[in-house]
Design a protein around this ligand. Structure first.
Ligand SMILES: CC(C)(COP(=O)(O)OP(=O)(O)OC[C@H]1O[C@@H](n2cnc3c(N)ncnc32)[C@H](O)[C@@H]1OP(=O)(O)O)[C@@H](O)C(=O)NCCC(=O)NCCS
Length: 158
């Protein structure tokens, strides 16, 4: 899985491996700088729940103990899902985003997924272009969501 790529003026080994809770703070920071807008569903206790279900589908790209990218996948038995896909702005256009996507697609396919779905925020044209280049098509659907703990004030995000 280790691939040597040239990053700026230095070459670094960037590996892709499953996320562990030790990565949590670095990944949270990555989401924030990438404007992923982590929400209540991304808090530590929620991520722990997610890891109990499919730990092999949450991947990070790392070089020299530095997390440079991450993607969270999920398999619900019907669709594969992609969430919070992010690459550090200093490490973009090096195919890291594509490598994370390819590895996740491979893992979802191995679980039996025949379709992958994902959400791109309105106005995120760069994100949309990236997925289109990687074979994804926009579908005309309205996304609806409900917070099951809304009485506790959890109303932000989708
Ligand atoms: C989307 C994202 C993960 C792509 O990561 P990346 O490592 O830079 O992507 P890659 O290097 O694998 O790009 C592969 C190809 O996708 C296309 N692409 C990537 N970024 C693009 C952009 N900003 N605009 C247009 N096309 C883009 C290009 O065709 C690129 O190939 P090229 O560099 O040879 O032209 C990264 O830009 C990111 O973290 N964005 C902010 C968060 C986000 O929008 N996430 C997705 C929705 S949740």
């Amino acid at each position: 899985m280790e691939v040597k790529i040239q990053a700026a003026d230095r070459s670094v080994e960037i590996g892709i491996r499953p996320f562990t809770m030790a990565d949590y703070e670095a990944v949270w920071q990555l989401w924030e700088i990438c404007h992923i807008h982590p929400g209540p569903q991304d808090r530590q206790e929620e991520v722990r729940k997610k890891l109990q279900r499919d730990p092999d589908l949450f991947l990070v790209a790392e070089a020299n103990d530095i997390v440079m990218g991450a993607v969270m996948g999920a398999w619900d038995g019907r669709n594969g899902w992609i969430y919070n896909h992010a690459v550090d702005p200093r490490s973009r256009r090096l195919r890291l985003g594509s490598r994370l996507l390819e590895e996740l697609e491979k893992r979802l396919k191995a679980k039996g997924a025949i379709r992958i779905r994902l959400l791109v925020e309105q106005g995120n044209f760069d994100g949309q272009s990236f997925y289109e280049i990687n074979g994804y098509k926009e579908v005309e659907e309205i996304v609806m969501s409900r917070w099951l703990n809304a009485e506790k004030g959890e109303k932000k995000g989708v």
